[in-house]
Design a protein around this ligand. Structure first.
Ligand code: ZN
Length: 298
C-alpha cells in the first residue's frame, strides 16, 4: 500500500463504493467546498492513492453538500500550516519570495500544477457535479475525463469581475468553444448543465436524486475494462487534444493571469480588483482582506 494511505484526511473522503472504483469526495460542505490549500493537497494525495492502487480502474470525484465547489477559499487562514504539512509536489517553489514570484509560484503549484497533474492521471476520472461550480471549482471538474451533472448544476467563471483574465487552468475554449468561452468570461454569467451538455462540456445531465447512482453505474461499466487499455485510450485522446496546442495556450493564459495579479497588486495593493466586493457575488462571498494579508506575508 502507498505510504500516503496513512494520511488522515480533514477535507476529503476516500471511498471504494464498488470493485475497482475509487470515489473521492470534497468534504467542506459548510464552506460550499471552497478550496483551501489543505483541501487541494489532500485531494492530490487522494488522487495519488487511487492512481497508485493497481486494483482501482476508475476514479470518481464528488462533493458533499448542496454545491460542488465555490472556488478557491479566499479566507483560507490555514494555508501556511497546510504548506508545512505537505511536501511540495512541483519543482518551482519560492512561495516566500518577493514581488510577483510568490503568487506565481503558489498558483503554479496548487492551481495550474495540480489541475494539469490530475488531468494526466492515466486512469479514467469522472466528475460527479451538483449545485454551483465557481471559478476554481471548474479547475477540479474540467481535468476529469467525463462529467456527469445534476439538472441544477451551474458553471461560472467570474474572475473577470475580479480583474483577472480567467481561472488559472484556462481550459474554457476547449470545453465550450471559443465564442461561448468568451461570453462566459466577459459576462460572468453561469452556464447551465443543460447548455453545457448541448455544447459537449458535460456527458450527462441527470436529476439530482439520481446523480450518485448514475455516476457509479457508469464507473462500474468502465471499471470492467482492462486497465492498460483504459490508460492507453486516455493517453491517445489527451495526446490528440494536446497536439492542437492546448498546453502552449494554457501556459500563455497562465502568464497573462499572473500579469493581472501583478497589475492589481500594484494598483490596489491586493491581487484582485476590490471593485469585485461591490458585486452581488462579492458581497455574498464576504471576502475579507485575508487574501491581501496572505500576499503581503509571503
Ligand atoms: Zn490566480
Amino acid at each position: 500500500m502507498p505510504a500516503e494511505t496513512m494520511i488522515e484526511y480533514q477535507t476529503v473522503e476516500y471511498q471504494t463504493p464498488a470493485p475497482r472504483v475509487a470515489r473521492i469526495v470534497l468534504n467542506r460542505p459548510e464552506r460550499r467546498n471552497a478550496q483551501s490549500i489543505r483541501l487541494l493537497y489532500e485531494l492530490n494525495a487522494a488522487f495519488d492513492r487511487a492512481a497508485q492502487d493497481d486494483d482501482i480502474h476508475v476514479i470518481i470525484l464528488a462533493a458533499n453538500g448542496k454545491h460542488f465547489s465555490a472556488g478557491h477559499d479566499l479566507r483560507d487562514t490555514d494555508y501556511r500550516a497546510a504548506l508545512d504539512d505537505f511536501p511540495t509536489v512541483g519543482t518551482w517553489c519560492g512561495f516566500g519570495c518577493d514581488g510577483a514570484e510568490a503568487q506565481m509560484a503558489l498558483e503554479k503549484e496548487v492551481y495550474l500544477g495540480f489541475s494539469e497533474r490530475w488531468r494526466n492521471i492515466p486512469k479514467p476520472t469522472i466528475a460527479e457535479v451538483q449545485g454551483m461550480v465557481v471559478a476554481g471549482g471548474l479547475m477540479l471538474v474540467w481535468p476529469c475525463d467525463l462529467i456527469v451533472a445534476s439538472d441544477d448544476a451551474t458553471f461560472l467563471d467570474n474572475t473577470v469581475a475580479m480583474g483577472i483574465c480567467g481561472a488559472e487552468y484556462f481550459n474554457h475554449p476547449w470545453e465550450l468553444g471559443v465564442r461561448r468561452a468568451k461570453e462566459m468570461l466577459f459576462a460572468s454569467d453561469p452556464v447551465t448543465s443543460q447548455e453545457a451538455h448541448r455544447l459537449g462540456m458535460v456527458n450527462h445531465v441527470v436529476p439530482r436524486s439520481e446523480l450518485s447512482s448514475f455516476t457509479l453505474s457508469l464507473a462500474e461499466r468502465i471499471a470492467e475494462k482492462p486497465l492498460f487499455a483504459l490508460k492507453l485510450t486516455k493517453e491517445a485522446v489527451n495526446s490528440a487534444q494536446d497536439n492542437q496546442g492546448r498546453v502552449n495556450a494554457m501556459q500563455t493564459s497562465f502568464a497573462l493571469h499572473q500579469l493581472c495579479h501583478s497589475h492589481n497588486q500594484q494598483v490596489f495593493g491586493i491581487p484582485l480588483d476590490p471593485a469585485f466586493m461591490q458585486t452581488s457575488f462579492g458581497k455574498a462571498v464576504k471576502m475579507d482582506d485575508t487574501f491581501g494579508r496572505r500576499a503581503a506575508a509571503e
